[in-house]
Design a binder for this molecule. Structure first.
Ligand code: ASP
Length: 310
């Protein structure tokens, strides 16, 4: 079954004109992650590269393409976790960084902390030699248009985001059986300055444990945190549920308990995987045994050879 990588490009309702870009973005990310695994690389390298590629892709709400906060600025959150030692690293409310997921990994690798926030995270980035980029380079016309629209008095940014969201994440198991997850986001549309969502919170935006599996989540962060969605799904797997059953149980609980929709990608230590969502859509892709799997709408599951031209 091993190795495997599964990625998502955010839960919600992706408008028709953006669906194609979202699908090709997740497929490229899964291919990139799988190339690393196929070459004998680690699951951590695979999830970081897959997520960094989607951060660079303006089709997603992460890195370039992030949604804007109430002031029209970009503040991003990201997490990585590796299942062998349960080490994790995260950044929250970080600015002017092209790839927050790489910074989260450096927090894990180079500090004794699990999360750095705001100016402290930026200071650490400077110390690590990560170049700062102008905020303008992370802002797209689309994100500015949606920010403006949601400043109107009768706007409902949460509803609007669940209409067009695009947080990114990945989970992977490598040939040695090591498991990892990574998630990255610009957060919620028109959020307050300094708002931190579920993504950098261990057990909510992601979790990885070699003994159980890994999950990366997407949806309304305030709801995901209430049910600690990633860890809840792994709890169900500890109780003997499959990756798919556990994902559905976690999402159903979030819907019934806090009335909120979302999506997840999940793997278990044997390489069984799931991409599940309660929202209308979630772009996802998985790569395993030289086959690329992908889908966007409920019930959709396309496959092709990983080496097929895109
Ligand atoms: N979970 C992210 C947040 O609340 C948003 C998303 O997944 O779309 O920051």
């Amino acid at each position: 079954m091993l190795p495997v990588v599964v990625v998502h490009g955010g839960a919600g309702h992706i408008p028709k004109e953006r669906a194609e870009r979202s699908t090709s973005g997740v497929c490229s990310a899964a291919r990139a992650g799988y190339a690393i695994l196929r070459g004998g690389g680690s699951s951590m390298d695979a999830v970081v590269e897959a997520v960094a590629l989607m951060e660079d892709n303006p089709a997603f709400n992460a890195g370039c393409g992030s949604v804007l906060n109430i002031k029209g600025e970009v503040e991003m959150d990201a997490i990585v976790m590796e299942g062998k030692t349960l080490a994790s690293g995260a950044v929250s409310a970080v600015r002017n960084i092209a790839n927050p997921v790489r910074l989260a990994r450096l927090v894990m690798d180079k500090t004794s902390h699990a999360c750095l926030t705001a100016e402290g995270a930026n200071l650490f980035a400077r110390q690590m030699g990560i170049p700062e980029v102008p905020m303008e380079s992370l802002i797209t016309d689309y994100s500015r248009m949606r920010w403006k629209k949601n400043l109107e008095p009768n706007a409902n940014p949460v509803e609007c985001q669940m209409g067009k969201t695009g947080t990114v994440g990945a989970v992977a198991v490598d040939a040695e059986g090591n498991i990892a997850c990574a998630t990255s986001t610009g957060g919620m549309l028109n959020k307050m300055e300094g708002r931190v969502g579920d993504t950098p919170c261990i057990g909510s935006g992601g979790y990885a444990d070699n003994e159980v599996g890994a999950v990366s989540t997407t949806g309304h962060g305030e709801a995901i945190m209430k049910v600690t969605l990633a860890r809840l799904i792994l709890f169900h797997m500890e109780q003997g549920k499959s990756a798919e059953e556990a994902s559905d149980l976690g999402l159903a609980y979030m819907k019934s308990r806090v009335n909120s929709l979302g999506g997840v990608v999940t793997v278990d230590p044997r390489g069984c995987w799931a991409a599940r969502f309660s929202s209308r859509q979630m772009s996802w892709a998985a790569a395993q045994r030289d086959t690329l799997h992908h889908g966007l709408r409920s019930g959709e599951h396309f496959t092709q050879s990983i080496d097929d031209p895109h």
